[in-house]
Design a protein around this ligand. Structure first.
Ligand code: ATP
Ligand code: MG
Length: 413
């Protein structure tokens, strides 16, 4: 099957020219270049995907170096992996040396040697991700599809390439469900059976790799459906016995998306995912997934604040009281609680803190207080805190109000 016409229609002109230029330079070096993986899948599905992955038969890094020099693009090379990223103004391209992999033991990273395109395709996760399109001039546009990926796309199936695929690399269990939910596909019957059989193999996967797959799930448009499906397949408890997927997750993840910036979402999803955890459970989870110190702090804070919410659930707290109760918590933990808690006074206060109180500052700063005759040190600290409280509670509004209050305080101090 030849897809020359489809490529020309699918790729933006600029990207198409880049890709052809690379393939031309490769040909002169006696190398062949293919489009591979997600872009081929998405071209058939008609979804835009301009994160191009190119496989090179022969040394991809040397080719990338030459291409980057001639086009004055930025190059990021990983000699050890035989991969390189070329950064242009509007795009970046990933080039990889076609490789052959062997797994010494399940879950370990594979041993890698240079190989052919066919070697490179068989090491891939699913048939729909194991297709390539030639960019060489003599067969430009020719589809290479040794595992009937196109047929599986038409039947909307996620299929592994061989029965030991999940046990070789159990992260594929998480990837399978991610694609199944993203694309509204189904797990092919035998793939589903093997997935279930190999769930225990998740124990062979390092925390970093499991976490990375969860991060990829959290970049999906609706990760809650992936989480719930993983629960249904009994995959989640293998990661942590306390993990659950349910209607609560659907509601709260959706709310998180409506209230938060995309950059914060993955971390927020982590806090929500573990909202029902005990103190022991969270520690086990943080260790199992090698969660970073920063995110660990936010996730622990989320649970700590959850236990303190009753203190906030009073009808007439002053803004300064709310502020001083909440300021010791990571803002992510406050956001998670604002989303996860039930409608209540406490929830309103959390929102008030997030949208207003945390930004309130005094007009006068230390320098200005010095000019008023207040000496630096503990005295000034006290004055600033009293000013801040008064500002939070609306007792002072203007700079003049603050000056008056500061002067009235200083002799007493
Ligand atoms: P998308 O980025 O849209 O999720 P993609 O296909 O580009 O899809 P990547 O995670 O970027 O996915 O990986 C690129 C390719 O590398 C995949 O298409 C797949 O063929 C291969 N791949 C990635 N992870 C694995 C894995 N654990 N086992 C086997 N092959 C993998
Ligand atoms: Mg990709």
């Amino acid at each position: 099957m030849n897809l020359a016409r489809q490529i020309e229609q699918y790729l933006p002109q600029q990207l198409l020219e880049l890709v052809k230029d690379i393939s031309g330079q490769a040909a002169k070096r006696g190398q062949r270049v293919y489009l591979v993986g997600g872009v081929v899948r998405d071209l058939f599905l008609g979804y835009p995907n301009f994160d191009l992955d190119l496989v090179v038969e022969g040394d991809a890094v040397k080719l990338a170096q030459q291409v980057a020099e001639t086009s004055q693009a930025k190059l990021l090379a990983h000699h050890r992996f035989g991969t390189a990223k070329i950064r242009y103004e509007n795009f970046s391209l990933d080039l990889a040396t076609a490789r052959k992999e062997t797994y010494a033991k399940p879950g370990a990273l594979p041993a890698v040697t240079p190989g052919t395109l066919e070697n490179d395709l068989i090491r891939r996760d699913f048939s729909i991700n194991a297709m390539a399109i030639s960019l060489a001039s003599n067969d430009y546009g020719e589809l290479v599809d040794p595992y009937q990926g196109k047929n599986d796309l038409e039947h909307r199936l996620i299929r592994i390439l061989h029965p030991e695929s999940f046990s070789d690399d159990a992260t594929r269990i998480l990837r399978a469900v991610r694609y199944e939910q993203r694309l509204c596909f189904e797990l092919e019957t035998q793939t589903a059976q093997l997935l279930k059989r190999d769930i225990p193999m998740l124990d062979t996967i390092s925390g970093d790799r499991i976490r990375h797959e969860l991060e990829l799930i959290f970049k999906e448009k609706q990760p809650e459906f992936v989480i719930n499906r993983l629960a249904e397949l009994e995959v989640l408890p293998r990661i942590s016995p306390f993990l659950k997927g349910d209607g609560w997750i659907v509601e709260k993840f959706d709310k998180a998306r409506h209230l938060n910036k995309p950059a914060q979402l993955p971390s927020l999803y982590f806090c929500l995912l573990t909202y029902s955890f005990s103190e022991g459970g969270i520690e086990q989870f943080l260790t199992r997934l090698s969660i970073s110190a920063k995110l660990s702090r936010a996730m622990r804070d989320t649970l700590r604040l959850k236990t303190k919410l009753p203190l906030l659930d009073k009808p007439s707290l002053k803004p300064s009281e709310i502020y001083y109760l909440l300021r010791e918590y990571e803002s992510l933990a406050i956001q998670a609680n604002a989303i996860a808690s039930e409608p209540s006074m406490a929830q309103r206060y959390l929102q008030l803190f997030l949208i207003k109180l945390r930004y309130i500052r005094t007009s006068l700063d230390g320098e200005e207080l010095k000019r008023l005759g207040i000496s630096a040190g503990p005295e000034m600290g006290k004055v600033l805190q009293i000013l801040h409280k008064a500002k939070l509670d609306g007792e002072v509004r203007t700079r003049a109000d603050e000056t008056k209050l500061a002067l009235s305080l200083s002799p007493r101090l």
